[in-house]
Design a binder for this molecule. Structure first.
Ligand code: ZN
Length: 141
């Protein structure tokens, strides 16, 4: 175990915890949260053994659907809004390059799947295996 780092009054250790995927799935569908938080929650809710999170065609846009505050109508997130949100997560190093609407790729440094799955072919699209990507390390906050 490495020495803990202190940020404000919270002690952060470079150790692991388990996160409920059901909790993240609920957060992903919570209209009160921002698109970015919902996207990251959806990504974590679907982490598979190869460190990827897979979605069917249009499924992620539906999970991240929005409510029109004036009419109350619910509609899927647009393709462009989803692409921009994924780009922001990649830019912030929360997801790896190659992520797209049907496969969100986690940095192997940040996800422990319990299986040496990073050699597993991605069923969504041959966008490259995670072994081709360099770990971004812990995102700076
Ligand atoms: Zn994949």
């Amino acid at each position: 175990m490495s020495a803990p780092r202190r940020r404000s009054s919270i002690t952060i250790r470079d150790s692991w915890i388990a996160v409920s995927q059901a909790y993240d799935d609920r957060a992903a569908r919570n209209f009160a949260l921002s698109t970015d938080v919902r996207l990251l929650s959806a990504a974590r809710a679907r982490i598979e053994f190869n460190g990827h999170s897979h979605f069917g065609r249009g499924e992620l846009r539906h999970i991240l659907s929005k409510v029109n505050e004036r009419t109350g109508e619910v509609s899927d997130l647009s393709n462009s809004a989803l692409s921009r949100a994924i780009d922001r997560m990649v830019e912030a190093r929360m997801l790896l390059p190659g992520s797209w609407s049907e496969c969100l790729i986690h940095d192997p440094f940040t996800v422990q799947t319990g299986v040496k799955g990073y050699e597993t072919e991605c069923p969504a699209k041959p966008h490259g295996l995670s072994k081709n990507f360099q770990s971004a390390g812990i995102p700076s906050v």
